[in-house]
Structures are given as structure tokens and as C-alpha cells.
Design a protein around this ligand. Sequence first.
Ligand code: ADP
Ligand code: ZN
Ligand code: ZN
Length: 724
Amino acid sequence: MSETNPQPNPEHVIQVAVPRPLHAVYDYAIPAQLPLPAVGARVRVPFGRSETIGICTSTEVDHPHTKLKSVLAVIDQEPMVATDLLELAQWMTTYYHHPLGEVLATILPAAARKGAASTIDPHDFWHLRQEDFDNPRAKAQMALVATLKEQGPTSGTVLVASGHNRATLRKLADQDVVSRTSPPFKQDLEVGPKPNLEQRDAIDKILTESHAESAHSSNYVAFLLDGITGSGKTEVYLRVIAAIIAAGRQALVLVPEIALTPQTVGRFERRFARVGVFHSALTDHERLQTWLKCRAGEIDVLVGTRSAIFTPFRDLGVIIVDEEHDSSYKQQDGLRYSARDIAAKRAHALHLPVIFGTATPSLESLHNAQRQRYQHLHLTARAGGAQLPTYHLIDLRGQTLTDGMSVPLQHVIRRHLDQSGQVLVFLNRRGFAPTLLCASCGWQAMCPHCDARLTLHQSPPKLICHHCSTVLEVMKACEQCKQHALMPIGLGTQRTEAGLSKLFPEVPVYRIDRDTTRTTRALEAQFERINHGGQCILVGTQMLAKGHHFPDVTLVVILSADAGFLSPDFRAPERTAQLIVQVAGRAGRAQKPGEVWIQSYQPDNPTLRTLIKEGYGGFADHELKVRQTVGMPPEHAMAMLRADAFDPREAKAFLEHCKASLRDIEVLGPVAAPLARIANRYRYQLMLLSPQRATLHTALRQLNPPKTTHTLRWSIDIDPYDSL
Ligand code: ADP
Ligand code: ZN
Ligand code: ZN
């Protein structure tokens, strides 16, 4: 018997979840020389012809009769995935119909998945131990010692930034001249403004109903903090978190991807000493470090995007989901989970209060509030006394437009600029024009790989597909009739920017979209320039709609409200209304009242009318009734089966097979997706609906998908965010 393959000990068999798209966990034997791993520990195991890292999910396994492969190494002494996270993973497996190994791979930071050690880096903060150190021949060392003498304990990053190097630091540490020390607690923390009555009421309710401020008698209560933009929701979070920290516990704050800016984080850092951040722009190592520090209790408040919901904590006291309606909480590929829904699940399992804050609640959350599953808290006034903007509609029918702007609109813009206000122009399309059309024969420039038009971009001029990122040169003549009659049709941000510059040549125009601001730093620089004050026009996409304050903006323009309300997607009206209200919320935040002007070819559209007359609340009530009538979410539970392949017949046939095995639920399709082809793959979908969530899950458990070829891809999407 060879040493590398010892006889498995019949008493030591464990179950391991491996990160592979398979629904099973596997049994492995623990060889005699290895310790029995804890449940939740990482183990290295042979798999197929290679090896992989899996998570031990059980150590109480009946010894099967077949011969087992052996675990190669036990990586963790302590579980990497604590019991509560493992239970959450198991729940996600059944709820999202996804294999446990892949769920665990989603939960773990990449570095942990790859086997990195679970140790927290030592503090990179240095102090001087030998004041009288003297070595005239080591100039660099002497200089570093002088700096520490002068400045006191200093972080390594600062030392390097001021011209010292790591090697010098190491040499001094080896001689015990300097050593690591823990950084001092921040002293000059802000207290924040005194809460107004509505804020006080919200804070009191959250803290008392959930007993959140006492360390041991906590309770699950979910709150929908429904407050108009600028009403001071963030201030409510900060007060609740302060109480939680005072009780020795921790807080998790989820924010949308686009809102996690230095501005946002800075607000938390000015109030609390130990704030951590977690988002996709960090390195794998940084993400794992943050994860471990939260687990060890070295971070009090974690501010993070979607995947931060899986962070382990020593003693979590509250979960907050800011802008809960935001689409970035839903993962749109692989394991299509909703961080918002998992927040509710996790808070429930840990008996914690959870706060969903927004100015434009998702219909799901409103539905939960109506059924008393969530406590509905309102903030109806703007903090600091600012006024709400007024809404105005411009009927575009019969109007002459200049780059998308009607004459009345141009007058309004002029009026606001003359009063030295700032103007924000919103449209949700990047590029110059969404279509290049032949005026002679009607031909349009289409993406060769998608059923979609190419978007014309300028400087440099290119045709770009926004679905598959194909970039083509702009043709001189029509490809069909060869005439030189091509013209850009429709509006993108670049064209609007150019148009505004022509109409108001003396006013600076700033464009803010994914093309101008590829980095957060660039975005911040733009915002700083704007908030410096003075006349200017901002043109941009939804990047302008999220969380940023523009105190000097007095006019918000929605160039067209129509496209959003006409989309075939069942959530389009909800999304469009949210976007309009969020963009409008940027106006008049300081002492200057704001105006919102909306252009539309359908000024009588009842949805738009309701939104303008009754505000978001009125719109949402109306829209919820519509969803109820047609049997759509949140009234009915929905899942989407999607399949795509190079051959449309293959995708369709796959879904037809699936359909045949589905029982007791409503099944619509298979139909071609509204965007029927992307990157040469034909996309089909099957919509599953049921008034009972449990029935839908039962049906999906019995789903019997046919064997697939490697050319077909398919997925299950529970509670899909869109049907495109
Ligand atoms: P929201 O999160 O609802 O958009 P914020 O919490 O960001 O609102 O508050 C908007 C602005 O009002 C911020 O500048 C904030 O500092 C200020 N603010 C919040 N609450 C108060 C208050 N009670 N008194 C004075 N200013 C306040
Ligand atoms: Zn033509
Ligand atoms: Zn394309």
C-alpha cells in the first residue's frame, strides 16, 4: 500500500461540496494522517482528472460500500463558512435551484476559493522602539527613524509615500528599532445633525421594535423606510448604526454599485471609527482581508455592494439595504440571486432588524408592507427644509425639435441659466445616435451578431453594439442602395451634449455617462467641478440619478419619457417611474426650489399622468393593481427558464422538453426573447407563474431538463428582474 493512497478509515468519511455545476455533494475518505475537518472547512480533493477545493458540509456520513477517493489536504482548522452561512447557502440551493458547490463558490471571496490562508494581515502601522538609534552609515534608516521621531506612529503607506522604502522598514524591524503597533482610534468623529420629528420617530421604532440597541434580545423586524430623496434616510441609518455599535455589535450596509463612491463612504467614516468597504474593484486579497476582519469583529460598519451580503460577522446587529429598488442587487448571470431578498432571509435567520430604504420602493417591498410583513415608515419632508420640485409636461406632438429639444424647453433652460442655476438633462442612452438610417431606402446599420441596431458614437466616430460590444467603422454609403444618404436618427448623450453647446455656447456642458467617466475618480472630479457652483449644464444617463447631490441644480429635464413606458418588459413602467423620480430628486436640494420638465409624445399616457399628479406612491398603487389583474409579480411568483444556442431550433426544443415536465403552474412559451439574438446566439425563454410560491418550487424541483450539448446554455432565474 502506497503512502499517497492510504486505505480509507471507515469511520472518517466526509461530504464535500465542490464548485462544479452538478447537483450532488460527494463523499470522500479522510486518510489517517489528516485531521477530521470541521463542517465549513475547506478541503482539497481529487475531482475527475484534476483537483479542486471544496467545502466540508458534513462529517456524519454513513460509510458507503464503494471505494472512496481520499481528501488530499485539510486547509482550515476553523470553518471558513460558519454555520449560519452554510445554512444560508443550503437555503439558496433550494430557493434558486442551484448546486450547493456553486452557491458556496459565490459566497466565498475569490481568494478563499483559491485556497488562500485565512489570516488577517498584521497592522501596517509603525512606531519607534529605540529613540537613540544611531548608525551614521545607514542614511536611509536614520532618515526613517527621524520621520517617526517627528511624526509619531505612522502607517507604512504614508512612510512609502513620503519617500522611504519597505526594505528600510524591514531592516529596522529586524533590529527591533521599529515595530508594528495598532493604529490609534479616530478621535474627531462627527455627531451629525439633530434628527427631525419624522427621523426621530423612525429611529425610535427601529430601535425599540427590534430591541436592536440591546445586545442579546434582538428580534427580526423588517422596515421599509420610504422617504423622498433628501429626506434624511442616511441620517436615520447612521443613528441606528451608532446605537448598534454602542451595544458592541456590527452593522452591514448594502449600497448600489454606482453609489459606492468616496462621497458615500466618507459620510460613514466621518461618523464611525472602524468602517470597512467591500466591492468588486478591490483586489482578491483586500476582499478576503475585509471578510476576515468583519468575522473577527475588527470592523464595526461594512459598506458594500451586492456580494457583501455574504460577509460573516462576529456579532451582526442590523442589515441596511439602501436604494432597495436598485437593479444592481440582482445578479444577472450565473447564480441569479437577489441581495435584497437574501438580506431579509439572513436577518430573519439571525433575528436581526433589516431596513430597506428608498424614495421609490420596489413593488415587491410595497406589497410586503401592505401585507404587514414590513413595517412602513415614512419620511415626507426634506431634511434641512428644502422644497420638493414641481412637475411640468411638454407635449411634443407637432413641435419642431433641435437635437431633441422643443422650443418651450429651450426657453425654460435659458430662464434657469439666466438665474445662474444649473440644469440637468437626462436621457438614458449613451453615444451620439441610436440609429444610422439611410434616407433614401430606409436601411439601418445593424449589428452583424445581434438583432439590434448599432449605436453611432462620435470622437472617434464608430458604430458600437451595446449588446455584444462589436465596434465597426462608420460606412460612407448605404450598404443596400449605395447612396450617400446616411443620417443619424434619435438621440444619445453625445448628440445632446453637442446640441446644448450649440444652443448655449457660453455655458459649460458636462457629459456624464459610462464613456466619459470610466473610473470613480473621473466621476468624482466631474462632480466636484459641478458642485463648485456657477452656471452649467449636465447631460447624462442614469449615473446622474443615483445618490449624488447637486445642490445648485434648479432644473431637471427628462428629454423623453416615452421609450421606458413602451417597452415590452413587465417591469418597464416601474423602472421608468423610479428613474424619473430619482432624477427629479437631484433638483433643488439646497435652498433653491427645483422644477422638473418632461417631454413626451404621449402626454396623456395614464401611467405618466398618475406619476405626475399623485407622485410615486400613487403610481405604485396603480401599478400594483395592474400586476394583480394580470397575475404578475409580486402578486404571483415568477421564474424564467432561458436557453440560448447558435441554432434557434436547439434552444427552442430544449425549452419545449422542459415545459413537458412542468406541472400545476402556468407556463408561457417558449418564445423568442424580445432581444432574440445576442452575439450570434439565439435566445428563447419560458415564463413560469404561480399564485403559490411553493407550487412553483415544487414544479421546478420536478423539472426534468433533457441532456444538453455543449453548444446550448440554459439557466433558471427565480424572481427575474426583466424579461428581455
Ligand atoms: P437621503 O438619504 O434621504 O437622500 P440624507 O440623509 O442624505 O437624505 O440627507 C439629505 C441632506 O440633509 C444631507 O446633507 C444631510 O446631512 C441633511 N440632513 C439630514 N437630516 C438632517 C437634519 N435632521 N437636520 C439637518 N440636516 C439634515
Ligand atoms: Zn439606402
Ligand atoms: Zn452585437
